[in-house]
Design a protein around this ligand. Sequence first.
Ligand code: NAP
Length: 328
Amino acid sequence: MRCNAIQFSQAGGPEQLQWVEIEVGEPGAGQVRVRHEAVGLNYIDVYHRTGLYPMPLPAGLGMEGAGVVDAVGEGVTHLKVGDRVAYASNPPGAYAEARVMPAMNVCVLPDTISFETGAAMMLKGLTAQYLLKKTLPVEGLQAGDFVLFHAAAGGVGLIACQWAKHLGLQLIGTAGSDEKCALAKAHGASHVINYRTDDFVARVKDITGGKGVKVVYDSVGKDTFTGSLDCLRPFGLLASFGNASGPVDPIAPGMLGPKGSVYLTRQTVFTHISSREATQAMANDLFDVVGSGAVNIRIDQRYALKNAAQAHTDLEARNTTGSTIFTL
Ligand SMILES: NC(=O)c1ccc[n+]([C@@H]2O[C@H](COP(=O)([O-])OP(=O)(O)OC[C@H]3O[C@@H](n4cnc5c(N)ncnc54)[C@H](OP(=O)(O)O)[C@@H]3O)[C@@H](O)[C@H]2O)c1
């Protein structure tokens, strides 16, 4: 079967993304073929395209999508032809009308959740899930605790704002404009800081009465890393999980002592979803909060898949909020 897909043969800018025809084969053992109805855009797609996370080329792109299973390989027991599904998964290749992929991370989508919402929420929502529920400080997180979440008006950010509120946490959100700050507040952030105009470290100290927060969730990377460490209370946890402003410079572990014996971790969702059971348990948790309305998946941008380059340009220019999807 042949279909159209985005591929790139050289790392670089959005102009490297080409709309090409590809051959989609039959699924092998442990694989399924999915016909996409919608595909998700994630910042990791930019890291793949630029070569920050190198891949053998030429390659496809994209790690999140939703659609219908149209062929099932040997040994796959949790899916059948005709199932409505959604996924966050390796390897990249979601920017395609159809694909063959490992079945392990592909989950049946509840009837109440649309394909578009599925494509907008799996990678970002499973990330918010493990950050807020599994990436915990040594003292745990209790209702009323302060956490700091950077880029709070983005795709992962708006999900995290709502989920943190649902858990009773006081999430202090940073964002790059007053409009984005207002959006994060409307989605459950207890306090917001425009980190382009305000000193976020000083503001966090003010908000927390000088104590600092138990956890900082930092996906901005280079520009915020040092300030994030300074926002922690003693024994606090810096959960680094991205590099939208560039990779963090190397650090000496000795610096963590004077900051209050703080902890540092660098997390990736793919460690958390490395088994079928773990994937399904996390997805069920996400389906519950989306199904109950505690977390609303906001799709603020839609592009035709063949215009993926424009979506990348807008994401990197910090011109997007919430989730972005590709339609087919
Ligand atoms: N490790 C993991 O498991 C994992 C999983 C999913 C996502 N992530 C990371 O989480 C972050 C959010 O992902 P997302 O897909 O939801 O993207 P997103 O938050 O919708 O977009 C990235 C945001 O980062 C902020 N940003 C700050 N400095 C930036 C800069 N110099 N250039 C570009 N953006 C900058 C911008 O918001 P402001 O304008 O408000 O600053 C921008 O909108 C990304 O860093 C991603 O890599 C990590």
